[in-house]
Design a binder for this molecule. Structure first.
Ligand code: PLP
Length: 387
């Protein structure tokens, strides 16, 4: 019988140490392993770039939580994405991605990989006809979906995108960073591969960078494993260990992030300064019903757009609020236990300014932490009262 999510989070890949019984598997802070004779390896361990028990433990935990059979952990989310694309595509292939994917994903695909002969198109993933047309214009080998998307909080129908991709003989990749495996399992909805920036919710404490790939296809996994080893953008042992520790509490954290965010999104909607709150848990989100079907809760990320008013423009209001909070810290990144404030058009998404992925200048993005929600609202209230 398969165990529940939280049981898997705490126990998958976390057997007590065989030698000492240490309940927490040790951090194998080593770059190499003694051999008992030339080529006589202990349990297959040879050299840190190839394998490390701490990384193995994280990879097992990740696979168990996403419902895949293989997981690979990397030094960052973008390192994972780069390895995935180089493992599965070749020059001449084409990627169709959402037109509001993470700015760094767009930059990797459009500036780095394009120079190596992999072409791309960006489309509105909520528009089924546009997606089908872009895929058909191919030769599309990969469709790249991010849902909820960063920072516009768009929701893509994963099962529908899988059907379109598969009909064209393409793979569906889902960046599941915003939802985390606790709220959404793309493999179960038909995706072929899941990628994560584990820097965010999976690690959850803003103390370790990392990325992951999870899938269930043996042949593709072999290619990805080869690139992980041959290129070497692996997660370091300490980072893997911290990520494993954070991941054990993912379920309780996501419950609290989601509950806090729902309350804050509703409160923001009641404020006269606010033009629009982008949060899939709000009934007026254009794809609220779909989000409720494909996610178990709506997560901790909220974007807010401010109105142009006679006294202050929406852009100036967004900048002022971003710089006025005290509990929310102005910083890049998201998904940690502490609340973060971000002004995407100058911060996380500065690299897509002037492209079709440009973020509105009256928008702030909140990563709602696990603090007491009354304190978070009081903080936002004092910032909005300054407008
Ligand atoms: C942060 C992020 C990435 C990139 O991850 P890094 O760990 O910063 O390399 C990719 N996708 C999404 C949705 C992200 O938020």
């Amino acid at each position: 019988m398969s165990q529940g999510f939280n049981t898997r989070a705490v126990h998958a890949g976390q057997e007590p140490d065989a030698t000492t019984g240490a309940v927490v598997p040790p951090l194998y802070q080593t770059s190499t392993f003694a051999q008992d004779g030339i080529g006589k390896l202990r349990n297959g361990y040879e050299y840190g770039r190839g394998t490390n028990p701490t990384r193995d433990s994280l990879q097992e935990q990740l696979a168990a939580l996403e419902g895949g059979t293989h997981a690979f952990s990397f030094a960052s989310g973008l390192a994972a994405e780069d390895a995935l694309i180089r493992a599965l595509l070749a020059p001449g292939d084409h990627i169709v991605m959402g037109n509001d994917v993470y700015g760094g994903t767009y930059r990797l695909i459009n500036r780095v990989l394009a120079a190596w002969g992999i072409s791309n198109a960006a489309v509105d993933m909520a528009d089924d006809d546009a997606l089908a047309a872009a895929v058909a214009a191919g030769p599309t080998k990969m469709v790249w979906v991010e849902t909820p998307s960063n920072p516009m909080m768009k929701i893509t129908d994963i099962a529908a995108a899988a059907a379109v991709a598969h009909a064209a003989g393409a793979l569906l990749v889902v960046d599941n960073t915003f939802a985390s495996p606790y709220l959404q399992n793309p493999l179960a909805l038909g995706a072929d591969v899941v990628v994560h920036s584990t820097t965010k919710y999976i690690g959850g404490h803003s103390d370790a960078s990392g990325g992951a790939i999870v899938l269930s296809d043996d042949a593709m996994a072999e290619k990805i494993g080869f690139i992980q080893f041959a290129v070497g953008a692996v997660s370091a042992p300490m980072e893997a260990w911290l990520t494993t520790r954070g991941l054990k509490t993912l379920g309780v954290r996501m419950d609290r992030h989601s509950d806090n965010a729902q309350i804050i999104a509703e409160w923001l909607q009641s404020r006269p300064e606010v033009e629009r709150v982008l949060y899939p848990g709000l009934p007026d989100h254009p794809r609220h019903e779909l989000a409720a079907r494909q996610m178990t809760k709506f997560g901790g990320m909220i974007s807010v757009q401010f109105k142009d008013r006679p006294t202050i423009s929406g852009e100036a209001a967004a900048r002022k609020v971003a710089e006025s909070t005290r509990v929310f810290t102005l910083a890049e990144s998201l998904g940690g236990i502490e609340s973060l404030m971000n002004y995407p058009s100058e911060m996380t998404h500065a690299s897509v300014k002037g492209t079709e992925l440009e973020v509105p200048e009256n928008l702030i993005r909140l990563s709602v932490g696990i603090e007491d929600v009354e304190d978070l609202i009081a903080d936002l209230e004092q910032a909005l009262n300054k407008l």
